[in-house]
Design a protein around this ligand. Sequence first.
Ligand code: ADE
Ligand code: ZN
Length: 322
Amino acid sequence: EQLRRVLQQMPKAELHIHIEGSLEPELIFALAERNGVKLNYASVEALRAAYAFTDLQSFLDIYYAGASVLLKEQDFYDMTAAYLKRAEADNVRHTEIFFDPQTHTHRGVPMDVIINGIYRACQDSPVSATLILCFLRHLSEEDAIATLEAALPYRDKFIGVGLDSSEVGNPPEKFTRVFARSRELGLHLVAHAGEEGPPAYIYTALDTLKVERIDHGVRCLEDPALTERLAREQMALTVCPLSNIKLCVFDQMEQHNLLQLLDAGIVATVNSDDPAYFGGYMNDNFIATFEALPLGLSHAQRLARNGFAAAFLPAAQKQQFL
Ligand code: ADE
Ligand code: ZN
């Protein structure tokens, strides 16, 4: 109907997309073939059938296995170009793309291959696209520091750093020094917090890491003082509705708290997280959410505006989109 068309056609910003999570099973198999990598699945269908997750870790195990087919600069280029084409089709006008260098450097892929491949695809796309380097929080802070140092020759090709992977047991404060160093370098700062982890992790992401956005953050509503603070400080949350359902953060979309976040005055945004694994890209996320929750045209406009408002773009460039 009409609302659906509005959701599809409105210009959008995507602020929470892991590029390795955009790797579709067909491309995984094509790259495995091209690179002579052996997969533990017999077919595209068998791989897709394994996408039944019970929590974040059950997803991450398959996500890191899928990324093992990425070896050459052209592989990173092809993955990113495919995502940007899908984003363009969904009327995404600006995207801030996460990438996980440690997933690749630990397999012997050089940093320049990773960054140059992803960056070149961004330059070749009509969609405005910037990069955010994410540290894997299940690894040590020393490893994160070494990763940041290895990326510094390409400092002009990424705008910020983030923190992802297994949240529970790996609190933000484990990465205090590498975030302080990133801050000195003038990088933007974000972190996954309050996806599976408790509100305490959102507090330390804000107060210890000094992040400028919280990725997910949906568990903030368990703490009224935190909810009020996020609203007062207009601290954006990059919410990923289909992800939250697939990883069992909420049982069903009808239980998702996106509307409560908006009603609390929080700058919530809608994003796809790992679209190849969670059942859809930006428009799929908007449509699934609006079908399940009592959201209307004004919410659509507010969510689209929030995306651009929370983007790491110069004010003049934001005005073009708002
Ligand atoms: N890496 C890719 N997707 C992620 C998510 N939703 N949470 C944590 N780490 C991730
Ligand atoms: Zn994520």
